[in-house]
Write a protein that binds this ligand. Structure first.
Ligand SMILES: NC(=O)c1ccc[n+]([C@@H]2O[C@H](COP(=O)([O-])OP(=O)(O)OC[C@H]3O[C@@H](n4cnc5c(N)ncnc54)[C@H](OP(=O)(O)O)[C@@H]3O)[C@@H](O)[C@H]2O)c1
Length: 254
């Protein structure tokens, strides 16, 4: 039988729309659905679909989080800690991201800095803020002696194939490509540093997805992307530390 994701607690960023919102929907349909889905977005009040999901599903806990508001991280972590207690946090999904076309003639320092802040610095800082709760979850499930998995203790950073240096044959997209390549490197270091604590870390590419970011011409729906991503996350173990996986299960070159 295929392994299925059985994380008790999952924290996600960027759940107002697109892939983040679809994650919340599909996590609620899992056979072992999480007890706690901490779904965050910049402005909960405006996220009507997400608010509806939370009204109907007591597992969904909402909180405002702009991922560049670094000073708010301690209070967000405390909010999670209050709920999960000694069980800790099993899975952090850094999904929020921004995209701009940024060809060579239009790229600016401001665009470079903004993309780095949202796509790379924020996931790193949020991961660090959650390490104590991830360690708790890992210990609760057998610590570094146990098997590593996304159900136990894991950080998943949503990157893009466009962040793959080897895969870059079409150039351009300076801010997006560079910030996602940096996110990949940050994730690789996290995977090495946190391995002894039993925390699995890696990056996933969701495919080219029909969202506000991906546009209408994108190849797949959010349903197909997230279904694939959940299947991938369900299958990962300690041998996958530092993974770079596509939604279809294939491994992407760095
Ligand atoms: N769609 C694709 O084809 C594709 C391909 C490869 C990778 N990805 C990656 O997949 C992830 C999700 O993308 P998507 O397609 O779902 O994009 P999307 O529809 O544009 O949604 C982006 C999400 O990120 C949030 N966000 C942006 N800046 C934020 C900030 N400072 N703080 C908190 N949240 C912020 C947005 O919140 P607001 O509603 O508040 O703006 C929104 O919830 C991104 O990391 C993206 O790079 C997407």
């Amino acid at each position: 039988m295929e392994a299925s994701l059985a994380a008790k607690s999952i924290f996600l960023t960027g759940c107002s729309r697109g892939i983040g919102l679809e994650f919340v929907k599909q996590l609620l349909k899992l056979p072992n659905k999480p007890k706690y889905i901490f779904a965050t977005c910049r402005d909960v009040e405006k996220a009507n679909e997400l608010k509806d999901l939370a009204k109907k599903n007591p597992e969904v806990y909402l909180h405002n989080l702009d991922v560049t508001d670094f000073e708010s991280f301690p209070s967000v972590v405390s909010w999670v800690k209050e709920k999960v207690g000694d069980g800790g946090l099993n899975l952090l999904i850094n999904n929020a991201g921004i995209f701009d076309v940024s060809a060579l003639d239009v790229i600016s320092r401001e665009k470079m800095k903004q993309s780095f802040e949202v796509n790379c610095v924020a996931p790193l800082m949020l991961a660090r803020a959650f390490v104590p709760l991830l360690k708790k979850a890992s210990s609760a499930a057998g610590g570094d002696n146990g098997m590593m998995s996304c159900s136990k203790a894991c950080i998943v950073n949503v990157t893009s194939r466009m962040g793959s240096i080897e895969d870059n044959t079409s150039g351009g997209h300076y801010s997006y490509r560079a910030s996602k390549a940096a996110l990949n490197m940050v994730s690789k270091s996290l995977s090495v540093d946190l391995k002894s604590a039993g925390i699995l870390v890696g990056v996933v590419h969701p495919g080219w997805v029909q969202t506000d970011m991906g546009g209408a011409n994108a190849l797949i729906t959010t349903e197909v992307s997230v279904k694939g991503l959940i299947k991938v996350l369900s299958s990962l173990n300690q041998s996958d530390a530092g993974f770079f996986k596509s939604f279809d299960g294939s491994t992407i070159p760095w």
